[in-house]
Write a protein of this length. Structure first.
Length: 426
């Protein structure tokens, strides 16, 4: 069996490693002419860390990432509202990690090239179309340097090409643009002094006024006694209009984001300095897409953001792409055919992930934190002065529904079977 993966992001590269471990041949193409460590920080939930550990990447990840040990909501004055432990401290057998997205991608890319060969990933090759036949699927691609088109044949095609997936457009023509909820996001990375215990994911304020998420992402900075802080500012702007196509790499301006946070005074975090100190600011509208009725058709399927782009709540984006990758490789390895494997993968993954997409839209935490801001705009001394026990329980329950799993200590359900030769291709 040979599988063609379109997209060399976190999901696509994890898929390549997982398929290779199952003895399945892999080709990876990406439209970018050069893969560079772009982006800012992300979190890896414990079940995603478990899957990377199963791929033999535990030491590599631990060498660049930091464990996230607590997750805490604060009002805009820095008063603690609610929090809980994360990863090992919560009882999981694997850490929750905070890591620079680009560094994780480069780590995965290095592993793919080491295990599959230096030419395993072809860059500068944009997906154009596919033709699904009785024996193989043929992808048509365009060389970004010359404009020349060429084809690659495979037994299965995986669209792991992100929010603006060309493979998804082919499977679901006429879907339209991503759906925006009116929230503007600004993101950056700033080196600063560590805050609190140096392992906290802090969520401060509410997007209905202004919200900041901040956490450290670098083992190297931590070893020097410093913190490389990933920060995300969110503001709901009711009168705003979306005039641009969502682009994770769109340059933002400090003068657009800083006014929303310029008067914040938190004793343990210099918020204005954090924003002003970023070398680069990225601006992005918070978008997702409606859950799809199907991911797979014949020999073609979707994975990661191409299948289920979601709002960035609960640290699920990169984590769910990794789980997709592992499930896909497992089902292909044990199926009697490529089409059967893709169908089984969709059965296992589509509905659970669609449920997360919809749960993220409700975002009960911001609603409750909005009440905190309304009831105590100048701060408070005790949480029970502004929230009832039921409201605090609902705040905790909202995260439990999207970021927790009952598999605290169980091994991976997608541990690959021993290699058993090539499978049938039909």
């Amino acid at each position: 069996m040979r599988v063609l993966i379109v997209g060399a992001g976190i999901g696509g590269l994890t898929t390549a490693l997982s398929l290779h471990a199952a003895g399945i041949d892999v080709d990876v193409v990406d439209s970018a002419r050069e893969l560079r460590p772009l982006g800012v920080g992300i979190n890896l939930l414990p079940h995603a860390t478990r899957e990377l550990t199963d791929l033999g990447l535990a030491d590599a990840v631990a060498g660049t990432a930091l464990s996230a040990e607590s997750f805490v909501h604060f009002d805009r004055h820095g008063n603690r509202v609610w929090g809980e432990s994360r990863g090992l401290a919560l009882g999981y057998s694997w850490p929750q990690y905070a890591v620079h997205r680009g560094e994780l991608q480069m780590l995965l890319l290095a592993a793919v090239r080491e295990r599959l060969g230096a030419d395993a990933v072809r860059t500068g090759a944009a997906f154009v179309d596919f033709a699904d036949g009785p024996d193989q699927v043929t992808a048509r691609l365009r060389d970004q340097a010359t404009g020349a088109e060429f084809t690659i044949a495979a037994d299965a095609l995986v669209g792991a090409d992100g929010l603006h997936s060309a493979v998804r457009r082919r499977l679901h023509p006429g879907e339209g643009a991503p759906l925006w909820n009116g929230v503007r996001m600004w993101r950056g990375v700033t080196e600063a002094d560590p805050f609190l215990d140096g392992r906290t994911v802090a969520i401060i304020g509410t997007r209905f006024v202004a919200k900041l998420v901040v956490y450290p992402i670098s083992r190297e900075a931590d070893d020097r006694g410093r913190a490389l802080l990933n920060w995300l500012g969110e503001v709901q702007l009711p009168a705003d209009e979306l005039t641009e196509a969502p682009d994770w790499n769109r340059e933002g301006r400090v003068e657009d984001v800083l006014p929303h946070f310029a008067d914040w005074r938190i004793g343990w975090l210099d918020v204005p300095g954090l924003i002003s100190g970023a070398r680069q600011i990225l601006e992005y509208p918070m978008v997702d897409r409606d859950p799809l009725p199907f991911w797979s058709r014949g020999r073609v399927t979707l994975l990661g953001d191409a299948a289920h782009p979601m709002y960035p709540f609960g640290s699920n984006g990169g984590s769910q792409a990794i789980l997709d990758a592992r499930a896909l490789a497992y089902e292909l390895a044990r199926a009697g055919s490529a089409t059967a494997g893709l169908a089984a993968y969709e059965v296992v993954r589509r509905e659970p992930v669609n449920a997360i997409v919809l749960a993220n839209r409700s975002d009960r935490s911001d609603v409750i934190m909005g009440e905190v801001a309304r009831r105590a705009p100048d701060g408070f001394d005790r949480t029970d002065e502004v929230l009832s026990a039921d409201e605090i329980a609902r705040l905790a329950g909202g995260y439990r529904s999207i970021s927790h799993t009952d598999e605290l200590t169980a091994g991976s359900p997608w541990t690959l079977p021993p290699r058993r030769g090539h499978l049938a291709s039909a």
